[in-house]
Design a protein around this ligand. Structure first.
Ligand code: NAP
Length: 267
């Protein structure tokens, strides 16, 4: 089996990376940055997002696992003290695969040029540095509302505990193939009106965002990546047909991770 390691880059993460490489090579596993069967991230959830985007074009051939060197992560859920145990599990035991849904984002340009396509593990968001974001929101081809405000966030179930949660969105179990649309400071008065609640869409409901002002540029984020776009005709968001595959060696239920991260890690 071939493996890769994405490290946060700090001393602790680099030390653990070196140890894991050495142990796994002792077990005659091959370190391969280009085509790993198993991508290991060492750092936090941010590092895990980086690993995901490094290998997002080979999701059916790469499984992921995360070791956290700071606080408990949602994706990085092995602690440094467990590294030896994890290495033996990887080398000796077949792992179970757990799949989580992803968000697909398509950015259609005005001039009919090439569509930019992204996969997000946490979320995509649309913001602007130029006043308010003004967008028509279509759901499944039907006009739903005209949004005015700071922006919109469209998250995956596993991303629901990240930016989405800070925006008042609900926490969604990753066994549900959905995306969630949350508002950022919408303008609501007698003239402008939005639904004001997070929307949870099923797999077959595409959410299309159509900019109203021709001259406005957008900051579009995909997980930890931010890009500026001008001349956007529409942004299409939907549940992707692709999924992330986690290598699972032990049970760590989603709601336990939510509890330990946000309530208390004491029993
Ligand atoms: P960052 O601003 O350095 O860190 C964002 C925080 O979100 C980190 O504490 C990170 O955990 C945590 N996080 C990432 N994914 C998570 C998840 N699925 N559930 C719970 N917490 C999660 O940015 P970054 O490290 O590059 O990560 C990018 C992510 O930041 C975006 O995908 C977005 O979700 C999040 N974000 C959050 C807010 C907010 O909460 N107000 C605003 C903007 C962006 P670690 O410390 O373990 O890395």
């Amino acid at each position: 089996m071939k493996f890769s390691i994405t490290s946060k880059g700090d001393r602790k993460s680099e030390d653990i990376k070196k140890r894991i490489i050495q142990y796994l090579e002792d077990f005659e596993l091959e370190y391969d940055k280009e085509e790993p069967d198993l991508a290991i991230s060492v750092g936090g959830d941010g590092t895990f997002l980086e690993a995901f985007h490094t290998y997002s074009d080979r999701l059916e051939r790469t499984a992921f696992i995360g070791v956290h060197t700071g606080h408990l992560g949602f994706y990085a859920d092995w602690v440094p003290d467990e590294v030896e145990k994890l290495v033996i599990e990887i080398a000796k035991n077949p792992y179970q695969i757990i799949e989580y849904p992803l968000l697909e984002i398509q950015i259609h340009p005005k001039n009919g040029g090439e569509i930019d396509r992204y996969l997000a593990l946490n979320e995509g968001s649309v913001k602007t540095a130029e006043g308010s974001v003004v967008l028509d929101v279509n759901i499944k081809g039907e006009h739903f509302e005209r949004f005015r405000g700071d922006g919109l966030c469209i998250s995956t179930p596993s991303g629901s505990t990240a930016y989405n949660k800070a925006l008042g969105g609900g926490i969604i179990h990753p066994s549900l193939e959905t995306i969630q649309v949350t508002e950022m400071a919408s303008i609501n008065n007698r003239v402008f009106r939005t639904v004001g609640s997070p929307l949870i869409l099923p797999k077959h409901h595409v959410c299309e965002l159509i900019p109203i002002h021709d001259d406005r540029s957008f900051l579009i984020t995909v997980d930890h990546i931010t890009k500026t776009y001008t001349d956007v005709r529409s942004i299409e968001c939907s549940v992707s047909d692709k999924k992330i595959r986690f290598a699972r060696f032990r049970s760590f239920p989603f709601w336990k991770r939510v509890h330990d991260s946000f309530i208390s890690d004491e029993r």
